[in-house]
Ligand binder design. Structure first.
Ligand code: SIN
Ligand code: MN
Length: 264
């Protein structure tokens, strides 16, 4: 999959791209079908919400689940990353965020690269997120909010928030957010299952809690250029990966081999 020049220009200008229906209903059913069993496991890769037993995020499923392993090598994910980042990539992080109905908690305003730089010593922002909606994302179930163009500010000053949620994050203060929003506004891309959001590592984003009765499952593959590998190994391997082998993509229909299992 090769992105047209206009999309590359929009990515550079706005910091994100939206592709409705990048993955088919059948492919989404295969991906989503794995989640109950992944979330049911008691393992450190499942980080639970502060308030209870509900999974907030699952890390690294692509290292132990064949369906997500295939997704992390999918040409519709990896080809755009290679094109936008300008070279071969490896997977720095992999998350399946639940944002469960009623229980899904806030993600404070942040830049992912802020955390990757501060915690993992990633040299430059040659990294980005490839997100796929596994549920419908609407205005009620805590959609991701972006500040368009904010990635062009480079790395912003951030404070380490260890208390607001169950997951530590380098977050950006209110005065900075106010200034950025005055300039760029806020957008919250919505869409059906299978919608893809590709966004820059420095794009400022966050999401509110999910008060609705609808889950909001999103999978995030964070790709980093292989010549930009991290240099500090402070965080667990399942959060910040250390396998810097360039990803070789699979066939475009690679998820369909799991169809029968999903249908059983
Ligand atoms: C993130 O920023 O890493 C997750 C945000 C979300 O899933 O709402
Ligand atoms: Mn983030």
């Amino acid at each position: 999959m090769k992105l047209p020049a206009a999309d590359v220009a929009r990515f550079q200008e706005q910091g994100f791209l939206v592709y409705p229906d990048l993955f088919s209903k059948e492919e989404v059913a295969i991906l989503k079908g794995e989640v109950p069993q992944l979330y049911a496991e008691r393992r450190p890769e499942n980080v639970r919400e502060k308030t209870g037993d509900v999974v907030r995020t699952n890390f690294a499923a692509h290292t132990y689940n064949p369906v997500y392993r295939a997704l992390s090598r999918h040409p519709r994910m990896i080809d755009p990353a290679v094109q936008l980042l300008g070279g071969p990539v490896y997977i720095h992080q992999h998350k399946i965020n639940g944002k469960a109905a009623f229980d899904g908690d806030v993600w404070q305003w942040h830049q992912d690269y802020g955390t990757w730089k501060n915690d993992d010593d990633m040299p430059n922002c040659h990294a980005m997120n490839l997100a796929i909606f596994l549920d419908e994302v609407n205005e009620f179930n805590g959609p991701l909010m972006f500040i368009p163009g904010s990635h062009r500010e480079g790395v912003l000053k951030a404070g380490h928030d260890l208390t607001t949620t169950s997951y530590p994050l380098w977050t950006i203060d209110h005065a900075t957010i106010r200034k950025l929003v005055e300039r760029g506004g806020i957008v919250a891309p919505k869409g059906g299952p299978g919608t893809a959001l590709f966004f820059h590592g420095n794009l400022v984003h966050g999401s509110t809690s999910n008060m609705s009765p609808w889950d909001r499952l999103i999978v995030y593959v964070s790709a980093n250029r292989v010549d930009n590998a991290i240099r500090r190994f402070k965080r667990p391997e399942y959060i910040a990966h250390r396998d810097f082998t360039p990803i070789e993509t699979l066939a475009d229909d690679c998820l369909m081999q799991f169809r029968r299992k999903a249908a059983e």
